[in-house]
Write a protein that binds this ligand. Structure first.
Ligand code: PLP
Length: 442
């Protein structure tokens, strides 16, 4: 087992039973059913602490860590992040609703998004949201109008598109000039002029997020340089000081043993150095440094657990490597769209026979009615049979948060595990849930 791909608390008993957080997965499958998602509390908390302590150690100014809720969000997850002293980034009225329900103070929440509907902006303003990350001139105009009569100006940051390549999958690269997100750099002056004429808005900072699953430091350092150039431009041309700077989130995580293991501490140290050096070079005061990790906090804390339902031999065919069988599982693309969406790869093992020799190369096929629903390709496992349990590692990020009820299969439950205790934090969807919004004709 490559322990660095599994939660900190992973263990295997002499009898070959995989456990997380002191709970055997086979027992969890019996108690909660499958497919089941597990969240290891210790790993989640440790990742939050790593970021906070690294910022405190390496950045001489103020540092803030905001958990990017889109990676995985429900009430308990928001509570965990808040209890570790993190703020929260949300991208919709729904995420904002959950964050507030979890008791996250509105002032610790940032609202992002390239197409925030008016009603969601009004919702955010009404609850006194900490900051709105403004994405376009149209949004700026609308916000200027909505806040015109407000007693307190609404703090905002401008999301800029720094035109930097992040060397990641095209679907998760967001910093190039052609991206749908953020202000092009040549729109900065127009934005500043509009803000100066908007008494209800207070520009506090500049933001960029260049993408996700990024393994190199250089694109982040380049992004900081662009943001600081923009801060200098705002000060010189518009007398607008910038007190906060955010290079977003995006640090990569390994999903398979051949991928690098980025060091969050080294990443933070590099960001801190870039901000300090860049501010010194431009004569700017040190801004508060706001980072927004999602995947790197929650991905490895999550494990997906499936039951193998059936198997099918694969005739040797071109393009299909040497896998000899499909193992059909009771979940797939509706609970984890990443392999079908952008070819994401995963690591898996048999949770009930974790010590058995991995002698067979197989494909893991999901249950959904799409031939593209293959969760893992060419994975080496012990010879498996119906009834065996498959655990998939690094399953915490962008899985359940992107889940659908395709084929009207109820979405899986999420269980928080810690010190031998398993707590249901999101129950399995029911058939009643599936029809809750259906209105019969008669
Ligand atoms: N910040 C913003 C604005 C984002 O859009 C995202 C993800 O898409 C993140 C932060 C989190 O990125 P990651 O999960 O890669 O850390």
């Amino acid at each position: 087992m490559d322990a660095f791909l599994w939660p900190d608390t992973v263990g295997v008993s002499a009898a070959g039973q995989l456990s997380i957080g002191g709970c055997e997965l086979a027992a969890l499958a019996r108690e909660f059913g499958t497919p089941l998602y597990l969240l290891d509390e210790a790993t989640f908390r440790a990742q939050c602490r790593t970021y906070r302590s690294a910022l405190a150690r390496h950045y001489p100014g103020t540092g803030q860590v905001h958990y990017a809720g889109k990676a995985l969000l429900n009430t308990a997850v928001a509570q965990l992040a808040t209890s570790e002293g993190l703020g929260l980034d949300v991208v919709s009225g729904g995420e904002l609703f959950v964050a507030l329900r979890a008791g996250v103070p509105a002032t610790h929440i940032h609202l992002h998004g390239n197409a925030k509907p008016r009603a969601e902006l009004e919702q955010a303003l009404a609850v006194g949201i900490g900051k709105i990350m403004v994405d376009s001139l149209d949004e700026l105009e609308l916000l200027a109008q909505l806040t015109a009569g407000c007693a307190q100006p609404q703090p905002i940051m401008l999301r800029l598109t720094p035109d930097i390549a992040a060397n990641t999958h095209a679907h998760i690269e967001t910093g190039r000039a052609t991206s749908k997100f953020g202000f092009a750099l040549d729109m900065l002056d127009a934005a500043a002029t509009r803000i100066a004429a908007a008494p209800g808005l207070q520009l506090v900072g500049l933001h960029a997020h260049i993408g996700s699953q990024i393994f190199q430091q250089t694109p982040f350092e380049q992004t900081i340089a662009v943001l600081l150039d923009c801060a200098a431009q705002l000060r010189e041309r518009h007398n607008l000081p910038i007190s906060q700077l955010s290079p977003g989130g995006g640090l990569g995580v390994p999903y398979t043993s051949d991928q690098p293991l980025p060091d969050a501490e080294a990443y933070i140290a590099a960001l801190a150095r870039a901000v300090v050096a860049g501010c010194t070079a431009r004569g700017l005061p040190l801004p508060a440094l706001v980072i927004e990790p999602g995947r790197s906090i929650v991905a490895r804390a999550g494990v997906a657990l499936y039951e193998i339902i059936a198997t099918k031999p694969i005739p040797l065919a071109e393009g299909y490597a040497s896998a000899t069988r499909y193992l059909h599982i009771d979940g797939g693309m509706a609970d984890n769209i990443r392999p079908a969406l952008y070819g994401a790869r995963y690591t898996a093992m048999l949770a009930n026979r974790a010590n058995a020799p991995e002698t067979e190369l197989v494909h893991i096929a999901g249950r959904y009615c799409e031939s593209g629903d293959v969760l893992l390709r060419d994975v080496r496992l012990p010879p498996a049979a119906p009834g065996d349990l498959l655990a998939v590692a690094v399953a915490g990020a962008y899985t359940l948060s992107m889940a659908s009820a395709y084929n009207l299969v109820p979405r899986p439950a999420l269980v928080l595990v810690a010190e031998g205790r398993a707590r249901l934090i999101q129950r399995r969807e029911t058939y009643a849930d599936l029809v809750a919004r259906d209105l019969p004709l008669v």
